[in-house]
Design a protein around this ligand. Structure first.
Ligand code: GLC
Length: 546
């Protein structure tokens, strides 16, 4: 298999707002990231994906960009970004940018100009359409609930399209100039030396038609804009015209409504190098019957969908957490009795999968959901919209609606400030107010405690990352599932030279397994001692088959 940086290196996602606040203004920043590069080097990661750092009014925390060529002053300056590039280079760490080009912010000068002047060329950068009688132009709804058409102020019966919030108008990829603008953005950052892009909601950029969508509660209309031939063609063009002119750069796509066949087509056509799937991320939250009960979870709900993708596509972005998801130990592990064991088992499981491994900031210390968040303390626009929609549709109180949202989709669980130490605000800053509250468990769960504890989750992550960095079998070997049950995931990673067997009990039950340990050598395990033919709760092992 061809050796590429994205296949060799583990990627660490930074959510800049919450990583490290160097100037005590309550928001994380680039200087803060620079201060922590040695920590990341020591952890063993080879690339950093930065969630958006561009100018933005922050209605969706930077996923609403008002200038692609400027750094958001909250995070610093272009000079700081250049310093970050230099400092990462010194440490042999590469930078991956977030490319958010399905939409811009409504404050972007293109959109502002389009609003002001109907004859401006920027009008056609977006979707402005006449309403259908008194109704919006079509029946699509937004991923963030409600219609995805907003009335244009001071114009009669005129709307614009936004698949996300109304402050995120969608760009029109039927317009050649829009495509050129994006090529220029790509070139600008590639010239600076970035290693690739994580392409936000990239499967939705091309709207083939604006006809009404089929009946569906969520994302109605998606058959007209998900994974369209037009999107493939545009990405192929980015590859040909831009990416191929640089050495060893890559694209990872955030995709949705995907089948393995379509996913593989993205790779085969070199439209993307890999993509994220969401089957496992939603394995729990949307299985709510009845809707207000806490979802029940069994380990195989997590690993079945992951294995499906592992088997059916040649490469993938493998992850358990990101800035849009709940914390993985809170969802799939055990926050109390087997906290450490479960966090380590998830680490071993993830870091043994095929594909490029993504670790989200804080995952490496076992950061948990922030259970006691209230509606008022929540910043996430999606959680707020979802609460209001649930109140209206189901006629329930705000408290009840928010409780459900908080248990299932509140993205702030993953966005609370990073827990560096046990000082005030967990060392995120020196005690000044923070943009959202820090999780109150920071006195126990923090980097400082874990660095000094040889049995910590952090030190286990380091060990697993080191193991993977030195294992061609984990990086390039094939993936084969072998008989798993509801609790235990089992799979092989194989090259011509070596076969590894990964066994991960992702449950709090002790499991007996007669065949375990036959002619195998333990290479890594999350328990100090292994008892023959028994898997303790959340015990996970990498064996070498002799
Ligand atoms: C992606 C981002 C998410 C954002 C949305 C709209 O899903 O990960 O944070 O809200 O796109 O840009």
């Amino acid at each position: 298999m061809e050796k590429r940086a994205y296949k060799e290196r583990i990627i660490y996602q930074i959510y800049p707002l919450s990583f490290k606040d160097s100037n005590n203004d309550g928001y994380g920043d680039l200087k803060g990231i620079i201060q922590k590069l040695d920590y990341l080097k020591e952890l063993g990661v080879g690339m950093i994906w930065l969630s958006p750092i561009y100018n933005s009014p922050m209605k969706d925390n930077g996923y609403d960009i008002s200038d692609y060529y400027k750094i958001n002053p909250l995070f610093g300056t272009m000079e700081d970004f250049d310093t970050l590039l230099e400092e990462t280079k010194k440490r042999d760490i590469k930078i991956v940018m977030d490319l958010v080009v399905n939409h811009t912010s409504d404050q972007h000068p293109w959109f502002q100009e389009a609003l002001k002047n109907k004859d401006s060329k920027y009008r056609d950068y977006y979707y402005f359409r006449k309403g259908n009688g008194k109704k919006p132009p079509n029946n699509w709804n937004s991923a963030f609930s409600g219609y995805c058409w907003e009335k244009v102020p001071n114009e009669d019966n005129m709307y614009y399209l936004h698949l996300f919030t109304k402050e995120q108008p969608d760009l029109n990829y039927h317009n050649e100039e829009v495509i050129k603008e994006v090529e220029n953005i790509l070139k600008f950052y590639l010239d600076k030396g970035v290693a690739g892009f994580r392409c936000d909601v990239i499967s939705q950029i091309y709207k083939t038609s604006l006809e009404n969508g089929k009946f569906s509660l969520f994302s109605r209309g998606r058959e007209h804009y998900e994974n369209q031939e037009g999107a493939f063609k545009i990405l192929e063009r980015f590859r040909r015209e831009v990416l191929d002119k640089y050495d060893d750069v890559f694209l990872v796509g955030e995709t949705s409504s995907l089948t393995p066949k379509i996913g593989q087509e993205f790779i085969d056509r070199r439209a993307l190098d890999m993509f994220f799937e969401f089957d496992h991320a939603f394995c729990k939250s949307f299985k709510l019957v009845p809707i207000f009960k806490k979802p029940v979870y069994k380990a195989k709900l997590l690993f079945k969908p992951i294995f499906k993708w592992q088997k059916e596509v040649s490469w993938i972005g493998a992850y358990l957490e990101n800035h849009d998801q709940l914390r993985s130990v809170s969802r799939f592990g055990d926050e109390k009795k087997f906290f450490k064991e479960s966090a380590k088992a998830l680490s071993l499981f993830l870091l043994s999968l095929k594909g490029t491994i993504f670790i989200y900031q804080g995952q490496e210390i076992g950061t948990l959901n922030y259970k006691n968040l209230t509606y008022e303390e929540t910043d996430d626009c999606m959680a707020k919209n979802a609460t209001e929609t649930a109140m209206k549709m189901l006629h329930v109180s705000k408290r009840r609606a928010f409780k459900w949202v908080n248990d299932t989709v509140n993205r702030d669980h993953a966005r609370a400030p990073f827990q560096w130490d046990d000082s005030i605000n967990g060392g995120f800053n020196e005690g000044h107010q923070t943009w959202i509250k820090i999780n109150d468990n920071y006195k126990n769960i923090n980097v400082k405690n874990e660095v000094n504890d040889k049995n910590s989750i952090l030190n286990f992550y380091k060990k697993m990352i080191h193991f993977r960095n030195h294992s061609d079998t984990l990086k390039y070997g094939s993936f084969e599932e072998i008989k798993s049950n509801s609790y235990v995931a089992k799979f092989l990673r194989r090259t011509n030279d070596e076969t590894l067997l990964i066994v991960a009990n992702l449950s709090n039950k002790q499991i007996k397994d007669k065949k375990l340990d036959e002619t195998k050598e333990i290479l890594v395990s999350n328990y100090d001692k292994h008892e023959n033919k028994v898997l303790k709760p959340f015990e996970a092992i990498i064996y070498k088959i002799k």
